[in-house]
Write a protein that binds this ligand. Structure first.
Ligand SMILES: [Zn+2]
Length: 263
């Protein structure tokens, strides 16, 4: 334990001694988040018929396998922001996600909205990093999404000071699937908490997607693979999108030009 603290201090000293402009990549930067709620430029260069499907908080046996089947059926790839404590109990699903060509990403270990200390923050992210590491290919981009999208200044600094964490690009936000406090049907988790039907929730997601499209924006869709209803809704969304005459393209977050630039 003492030795690991020693190395941590040593690493910090090494990082601090490097000029910021030389090799510390400010990947955990609020000013560079992707793409996020209010029209930033982080989806620049992406055509409006592009859809990035993302699933958070899993994996679980109640939802993730159904989601994987649906993605197969519609030939769509997705990014799964897994929570370490869930992933630990579902290693075979991690394997399945990866072998089907989807991507695994980091969503903390215990889905903490707040971190009591900086070391807690590092341990939480590293805990999940170590779990997914063997399922991630070397060339993959490491992506992070903050629990609840909650992000503040010291996290950026602490993340960038850690040799492993500063390899990450993030925090990755979304522009479909939540963000409007006046609605109860704009996010899957709100829908299921409030007893909103799958069909009504799907309609809300579709209107958010079409609103982006009308405004020339691609969609980064947030859903959660912890409730069977989300997998049912995904099926309805993909079915409707495949019949609306628009040539939708499903892509991975790592292919967003701004993300590539950061990597
Ligand atoms: Zn989450």
């Amino acid at each position: 334990m003492k030795l690991s603290i020693y190395f941590k201090v040593l690493f910090l000293a090494m990082v601090i001694s490097v000029p910021a402009s030389a090799s510390i990549r400010k990947i955990f930067s609020p000013s560079m988040t992707f793409p996020f709620m209010k029209g930033t430029t982080s989806l620049k260069g992406v055509s409006r018929n592009t859809i990035y499907l993302t699933f958070d908080d899993g994996p679980t046996s109640v939802a993730t396998p159904y989601i994987l089947d649906t993605l197969d059926e519609f030939n769509a790839k997705a990014t799964f922001f897994v929570v370490g404590r869930m992933a630990r109990n579902n290693l075979s699903i991690l394997d399945e996600i990866r072998s089907k060509g989807h991507r695994l990403a980091n969503h903390s270990y215990s889905h903490e909205f707040d971190f009591p200390s900086q070391s807690h923050f590092i341990n939480s992210l590293i805990g999940t990093h170590e779990l997914i590491d063997s399922y991630v290919y070397r060339r993959d981009t490491l992506l992070f999404r903050a629990p609840g999208g909650i992000w503040n200044g010291w996290r950026e600094q602490v993340g960038n000071a850690d040799l492993e964490l500063r390899k990450y690009v993030g925090p990755i936000y979304w522009n479909v699937g939540g963000g409007n406090p006046n609605r109860i049907d704009d996010a899957d988790w709100k829908c299921w908490n409030k007893g909103v039907s799958v069909s009504r929730c799907k309609t809300s997601y579709m209107s958010q997607i079409y609103n982006n499209y009308k405004n020339g924006r691609a969609s980064i869709i947030l859903m959660h693979d912890i409730n069977r209803n989300s997998s049912k809704m995904l099926y309805q969304i993909l079915q409707e999108l495949s019949n609306d005459g628009i040539n939708w393209k499903y892509d991975l977050i790592e292919n967003i030009p701004a993300v590539k630039e950061m990597n």
